[in-house]
Every structure is written in C-alpha cells, then in structure tokens.
Design a protein around this ligand. Structure first.
Ligand code: B12
Ligand code: SF4
Length: 420
C-alpha cells in the first residue's frame, strides 16, 4: 500500500477471510484514509448485512451486493468522472458522510457473455502467468477455476444462492466455455486441476454432455476435474458422459437423511434416486465425494448417526461432514430465533447449539465424525491411489511437472502423519 499508493482497494469476502479482511482494512486506512475500500462477495452481499458491515466497520467505504463486475466498473468510472458521488450506482451500500445509504438492487445481468473472460481477455496471462507475478507465492497457477453458469433453482435455507439469483440460473454460452478451455489447453503448460464453480453442473443435461465432450480432449486427461452435482437429477446418459472424462471427482450434496431437518432446510432426502445414481457412478469407476452437514435445526445426534450410516453403506471415496455455518443473508440466519440457534462469530459462524442440539451433543458429533473420517480416509486412500485412472494421472504429471508432484506428495505424507 505504501509503495503502490492505490486509490481503491477491493476485497472478496467469504466466511473464511472476512474477519482478517476487516483487520486489513483498518490497517490500510491508518496508512492512508483517502483510499476507497470496497468489499464484495457472498459474505457481505445481503442488503441487511451490507448495512451492518458499514455500521460496525468505519474503515469500509462501499459494499457491493451480489454480482460485482458491472458495479465495480461503475464505481471506478465514477471515481474518475465525478469524485465519489455514488448515488446512481445500483447494487451498492455505501457511506455518505455520516449516513449509510443502500441504493436499489442491480437487475441481474442476463447475458453473462458480456463479462470479459479472465482467460481469453489476457488478464490471467498478464497478472498471474507472467514473470511479474512471481511474488504471488500463495497462489498455485496450475489450479484453475471455471465458471459456466451462475445461480441455482433450489432454495436450501443455509445457502446464499437463493438471495443472489432468486432461483434463476444464468449460463455462459458454450462457445465461450469452449474458447476458455481452448485457451487453457493451448496456452497453459501445466494444468493440475480445473474446479467448476457452478453450483449444480448437471442442471441442464445437454449442456453437461457437451461440456464433457470438451473435457475429453487429450490435454485435460492429466488434470483433476471437479464437478458439484445434485445426484437426484442425474440419469444414465449423463453418468456415461461423465465417466468418459476419466479423472473426475464428483461432489454430491446429501446434507442430511433426517426428514424433519430436510423439511426445515428445504432439501428433502430422495433416497431412491440418490442411492441409484451414486451407485451407478461408482460402478463406472467415477470418484464420488458425499457431503453432510452436522448441527442442522431439526436434526440431532441420533439423526446424524443415521445420515452417517447411510453414507457408510454408500461407501463413497470420501464423506465430508461439515459443521453448519450460519451465513448472514440466508434464510437460516433469519430462522435462528425460531430454532434457538446460537453460533460463534469468532469461529466462522459455526453452530454452537439449538433446540435439538446441545453443546455436548455437537461436541460428541464432532468427535464421532473425526473418528469415522480418519478410518474412512485410511481405508479408502489405498483403493483410491491404486486405481488405474489415478496412476495414469500421477505418471503423466510426474513427467510434465515433477516439482508439483513432489510438493503434493509431501503434503499428503504430512496429512497422514497428522492423522496418526
Ligand atoms: C470454488 C469454491 C470453493 C473452493 C475454493 C477454491 C478457490 N481457489 O477459491 C473450495 C472447494 C476450496 C471451497 C471451500 C469452501 N467453501 Co466454497 N465455494 C466455491 C464456489 C463453488 C465458487 C466460488 C467462485 O469462485 N464463484 C465464482 C465467482 C465469480 O463468484 P463470487 O465468488 O460470488 O464473486 C462474485 C460476487 O460475489 C462479487 N464479488 C466477489 N468478490 C468481490 C470483490 C469486490 C471488490 C467486488 C466489487 C465484488 C466481488 O463479484 C463476483 C462476480 O460477480 C462457491 C459457490 C458459488 N457458486 O459461487 C462456494 C462458496 C463460496 N463456498 C462456501 C463455503 C461455505 C465454503 C466452505 C466454508 C465449506 C465448508 N463448510 O468447509 C469451504 C471453506 C474454504 C476455506 N478456505 O476455508 C460458501 C461461502 C458462503 C459465505 N457466506 O462466505 C459458497 C458461496 C457456497 C454457498 N453456496 O454457500 N469453496
Ligand atoms: S446448497 Fe446447492 S442446491 Fe442448495 S441452494 Fe445452494 S447451490 Fe443450490
């Protein structure tokens, strides 16, 4: 900040970096109070919370709510043209002298292709792949994020998607996705992984099939590909196309098998469809990770044990059981009073107790989950690494990028030692 002397600094806020970000903002303002500090990201995007963020943190000047590209551009343009008059910029909450002002929401950008691609526009190359970016030591430039859609038609009460897009899913055109993948396959030397950020990649069957065809290209056969999927809405044709990718890891949200909790979070457990489709993927050798949430309102220790037992029977490559986090701007945040949910603001908003969960039970649940996950990890790691597709991947990566392979091997050994 002292050397570069910026006029504006923007931060992306997620639940995992929000508190640290605020500390940064305070330090920046001490160095130069004239720097405009803009926050964006899911953690600060809800209307109500954006006001609270500004009220509690005098070092923050503007909060951008939800989609940021056009809004951030307008803020910068406005700074250049009219010197901090933000009254006409939609989708922001900001400080105007001593008042906190929330402008009306910005209508959703319908044509996502209007957003310049970070890859094909050359931005990625300029700032991340170039020699000038060597100082970004925290950043592994062999891992890539790809976004082919935004939004989700479901409305799980713990998730912020509903407020962001009111159930609407918007898509980048497949031509653009193809161009981005072409860019990666021709311009980037090592692609360790591609993580698709789409909330539900299988929301449209034909698109998924076309995407799979793009990924079957030779260049991506040596990279890890990650999809987030709703297993209930898969079918055999989708599964067959996913299989062809070969080195794919599919993450399936199950969250809970408990009926009461499922109703509260608007996520009914469709046992037949989930079991059928996960089994079908496993039979075809697709690696599956299932997700559960512990601490949901309506659920309890006995309910969680049933969810874990169901997952155990499914025998996925990994079952991850997260602790419920209560995000501002979600329905569950509003429901806290009704279900007496207490959460810890100093521990990433993790649930502490509720009507159906005592602190003791949550603690027992955490210990149980740790035990099961350790056991499962040790049991499955051998199956996992002996799989043909994985061995092929490791051999190819060792030839292409021996340093990266050595680094990830050391990480894995450290993890294993930590678990023992
Ligand atoms: C990829 C991803 C991950 C990856 C991260 C990889 C990486 N290198 O970033 C992994 C798998 C590691 C991950 C893990 C977790 N994740 Co995650 N993840 C995502 C996912 C699927 C995509 C994020 C993304 O890049 N989206 C695309 C970009 C373009 O969208 P965006 O980030 O929202 O940004 C837009 C706006 O918010 C805004 N904006 C963002 N920043 C800024 C900054 C400025 C200045 C401005 C003006 C605007 C702006 O403009 C952007 C463009 O419109 C999202 C869900 C989703 N579909 O977005 C969840 C999501 C971000 N994850 C979430 C969570 C909860 C987690 C976990 C905590 C889960 C858990 N319980 O353990 C972990 C914690 C990770 C950690 N570090 O501790 C939540 C965060 C909720 C919150 N309130 O913060 C999300 C939103 C999922 C959800 N629906 O609830 N995650
Ligand atoms: S949790 Fe997944 S399925 Fe549910 S609303 Fe969020 S993105 Fe959609």
């Amino acid at each position: 900040v002292r050397n570069f002397k910026p006029d504006v600094i923007g931060f992306s806020c997620y639940i995992w970096n929000y508190k640290e970000t605020i500390k940064f903002c305070d330090k920046i303002k001490k160095i130069n109070p004239n720097i405009l500090i803009v926050l964006g990201g899911p953690c600060v995007s809800s209307l109500q919370y954006s006001k609270e963020v500004l009220k509690k943190n005098p070092s923050v000047d503007v909060v951008v709510r939800y989609d940021g590209e056009v809004t951030f551009y307008e803020i910068i343009k406005n700074l250049v043209d009219s010197n901090r008059n933000f009254s006409n910029i939609l989708g922001i909450t900001y400080r105007n002298k001593n008042k906190i002002v929330a402008n009306p929401p910005r209508p959703l950008l319908e044509n996502l292709d209007e957003i310049p691609s970070p890859y094909t526009s050359g931005i990625y190359e300029k700032y991340i792949l170039s020699e000038n970016s060597k100082h970004l030591t925290f950043f592994d430039p062999t891992n890539f994020l790809m976004e082919t859609s935004r939004g989700c038609p479901f409305n799980c009460s713990y998730c912020f998607e509903k407020n962001r897009s009111s159930g609407k899913v918007r898509f980048f055109s497949l031509e653009r996705v193809r161009e981005e993948l072409n860019y990666l396959s021709t311009r980037v030397k090592t692609i360790n992984s591609i993580y698709f950020t789409d909330s539900i990649i299988n929301i449209k069957k034909q698109r998924l099939i076309e995407l799979c065809e793009m990924l079957i290209q030779k260049k991506f056969r040596y990279s890890h590909i990650y999809f987030e999927i709703r297993p209930e809405i898969l079918d055999s044709e989708m599964i067959e196309n996913i299989r062809k990718i070969g080195n794919l890891l599919v993450e399936c949200g199950i969250q809970t098998t408990n009926k009461k909790a499922g109703t509260i979070i608007h996520r009914d457990f469709d046992e037949n469809a989930i079991t059928r489709n996960i089994k079908a993927m496993q039979e075809k050798g697709i690696r599956v990770v299932t997700d559960l949430i512990k601490g949901l309102p309506g659920d309890n220790l006995a309910g969680l044990k049933e969810s874990l037992y169901y997952n155990f029977k499914l025998n996925p490559d990994l079952c991850v059981c997260f602790t419920l986090q209560i995000f501002p701007g979600t329905e569950i945040y509003e429901m806290c009073k009704k279900y007496h949910c207490k959460f810890d603001e100093n521990n990433f908003n993790r649930i502490i107790s509720s009507d159906t969960w005592s602190e003791k039970d949550l603690d027992r649940a955490s210990r149980l989950v740790k035990l099961i996950q350790n056991f499962q990890y040790k049991k499955n790691i051998l199956n996992f690494i002996l799989r043909y597709s994985y061995l092929r991947l490791v051999i190819a990566r060792t030839i292409y990028n021996p340093k990266a392979v050595a680094r990830s091997f050391i990480n894995k050994v450290e993890q294993l030692i930590g678990m023992i």
